[in-house]
Write a protein that binds this ligand. Sequence first.
Ligand code: ARG
Length: 464
Amino acid sequence: MSKKPWSGRFQENTHKAVEAFTVSVTYDKRLYAYDIEGSCAHCRMLEKTGLISSDECQKIINGLQEIKKEIDEGKFPFRVELEDIHMNIEARLLEKIGPVGGKLHTARSRNDQVLLDLRLYLRDELGEIFQSLLALQEVLVLQAKKYLGVILPGYTHLQRAQPVLFSHHLMAYFEMFQRDKERFSDCLKRVNVCPLGAGALSGSTLPIDRLMTAKLLNFPSVTNNSLDTVSDRDFCLEFLSSASILAVHFSRMSEELILWSTSEFSFIDLPDAFCTGSSLMPQKKNPDVPELIRGKTGRVFGHLMGLLTVMKSLPLTYNRDLQEDKEAIFDTIDTVKRIFSVIIPLWENMVIRSEVMYEAASDEMMLATDLADYLVRQGVAFRDAHHIIGQVVGFCEKKGKKFSDLTLKEWRQFSSFFKEDIKLLLNPQASVEAKKSIGGTTTSQVQQAIDKAERFFKGERCED
Ligand code: ARG
């Protein structure tokens, strides 16, 4: 049976080109398990409220379970002319159990049904993304622990600025992904609301029990306004914007990995298994994985921009434009998952070149701010101290000397506040260990951040 539900009203069959243009089952079949789960809950509610009998309810649920099995096993006859997953399943139900199947759609519209499916699906996917973020954070913290003590230059404007612990840098990524988790958790609050019962747009004349359906599907609440329910895609936009910020983080991290793996930096060695060669240049080992991660940011942003554009100017309530929401969501989820599948093992297998990092961090010019702070501690105003150290830097550059080459006499030509102990500042460790302000790069603070993260991981697991 592939007659359309609206055939009573129509004199003509749908044009083939229109069917091909409007079809969504080619991709929304991904929602089938949620569609069936939602339909079973809806059916139980119809039984409880007396809209269908127990016998009818059982027949429908059995039929739906059989359909689920057919789809699971790849035996379901998907039909393009039936537009979407909802109509494909309903038509198959009618084929299987006869006219009683026609009772399933009582007090329901595809407008609220599609939202139910999407919300159930996104709820699960958000859980998975959260777990992947956690797994990525765990790898970062593990590396931060392993390499605690390794120093590299910290950069501003991509110019060497001040020495920092490599682990401090890793824990910066940890913080970025922590905020991503918070954003996805917050998004989940808006996703996790049951839309079923809004009907096509204004609710139902039948005595449905929305709270019961919501409870059966583990939704803590139901949507408030039926018009808003069927036209709202804010939760999709929130998801796409959270995913876009996550993509920014992936991309920035990738950019650093690409830079760090160049001969110019040589801070890391990417594992061969994560690189590709050149078909022409025998010596090449290219960082394609982080490059592709960086590149995939484009499609994630694109989906956010795409759906924002679909939504703008849409009058209430449901408009078919809204069908464009799903591919954006699906491709974003697939992309994010693919990135996790490579970025986690990449971090696990990367070679960290501590000696090269340290060598770069030993550039004494990066200690200039610490030297200015030294003068501040002697009572010199910071602006004056900055000027004095600027002069010392200029002197060193002119003479081709390092700070540590200067004699005390030379130091004192610039300020009488310089004493013998100035020499104690002239190494990257001293600089790192002096950054004691909250959130600074001292070993003990980074260790505390690692400890806190580990306690946090334990807590997260207990909650599961
Ligand atoms: N396939 C549709 C979508 O994704 C389902 C809802 C269709 N509703 C309608 N009134 N045509 O949005």
